[in-house]
Design a protein around this ligand. Structure first.
Ligand code: KDG
Length: 321
């Protein structure tokens, strides 16, 4: 029984330790747990909330590594199916001194892509306060998309609060049209939508935060809040009642790796809302977790404990949240 649930594809990540060397030439890698949704589960657990991850992994060394990492991070594994029939996904990532790294996936036909939705019927929702969904899992296969839709139906029946991050991965979709139509339809079922500003441009044709928010507020009855992530600028928020505000981001001395910052942002927001904080306080915490995330090489290794978060906020002269 957990306060938080998410479903996704976990990935064993090999991050190069050699700065500005191509993946072809790099010879030294560090292994991490990755996958957008599992990152959020780790972030929520590290901030002190019970968290459970739903997926399928292979009975192989990467699958075992992922389960070990989840145990180490106190993320529940009761709804993880282990199969001998398919492999666990892995990926390579380079290390760059500027901008975003290059990523190469080995994930097609993975165990998660063959996820059996019967697992969803075993879930105990009695303590669940929030569920996080992302546009990656429904992109990996038809089975995953069907399971995602079934999960959304269960969440609607049980009236559980949901966050949705479009997390666009064009390489996983048959076409851009299919990606845009499916993501926008899936987003319409979520209470809180978390698009990035660049994603807004692809999904609804504007980089204007208010236009992106207005599109999603009109797109689905379930949607109450849109939080447009502005990178280092922070986040723009608009709610169904027309209220809007911007929360500036934090300055970071050294950016080591940008991947995982958006998932950390979601974990900060979700934990603050579970604790009954205001939306504004939740966005400040979300920005803080995102800023801490970019200062380390893995996706989720920079996510803070409550003590680390408090120290960061104090350093940045924000009252403890
Ligand atoms: O958000 C981080 C993810 O991009 C990374 O962990 C891998 O899930 C992943 C993906 O599909 O890109």
């Amino acid at each position: 029984m957990s306060e938080f649930l998410t479903i996704g594809e976990p990935i064993a990540l090999f991050g190069s330790t050699e700065v500005d060397k191509s993946l072809k030439d790099a010879g030294n890698f560090q292994k991490f747990l990755a996958g957008a949704e599992v990152n959020v589960a780790v972030g929520v657990s590290r901030l002190g909330h019970s968290s459970e991850y739903i997926t399928s992994v292979g009975k192989d060394p990467f699958g075992e590594f992922i389960i070990d990492q989840l145990h180490e991070n106190k993320v529940g594994t009761d709804y993880i199916d282990q199969t001998e029939d398919y492999w666990t996904a892995f990926q390579l990532k380079d290390r760059v001194s500027q901008g975003d790294p290059s990523i190469f996936y080995f994930r097609k036909g993975s165990a998660a892509a063959h996820f059996d939705q019967q697992v969803l019927d075993k879930i105990d929702f009695s303590e669940v306060k929030m569920v996080h969904l992302s546009g990656i899992f429904p992109a990996i296969s038809d089975e995953a998309l069907a399971a995602f839709r079934y999960f959304v139906k269960l969440l609607e029946e049980k009236q559980i609060r949901t966050t949705f991050d479009p997390n666009l991965r064009p390489q996983l979709w048959a076409s851009q049209e299919k990606m845009v139509a499916t993501i926008n339809e899936l987003a319409s079922h979520a209470e809180i939508i978390l698009p990035g500003i660049n994603e807004g441009e692809i999904l609804m044709g504007s980089r204007e935060p208010e236009a992106i928010a207005d599109f999603y507020l009109a797109n689905g009855e379930a949607t109450q809040t849109v939080v447009v992530k502005l990178g280092t600028e922070g986040a723009y928020v608009k709610q169904k009642d027309g209220t809007s505000f911007t929360v500036p981001g934090f300055n970071v001395d050294e950016v080591v790796d940008t991947v995982g910052a958006g998932d950390g942002f979601a974990a900060g927001l979700i934990t603050a809302l579970i604790e009954g904080k205001s939306l504004k306080e939740a966005i400040i915490r979300a920005n803080a977790v995102g800023a801490l995330a970019v200062q380390s090489p893995g996706d989720n290794d920079g996510y803070p404990t409550p003590e680390e978060l408090a120290a960061f906020l104090k350093e940045n002269k924000v009252d403890d949240l």
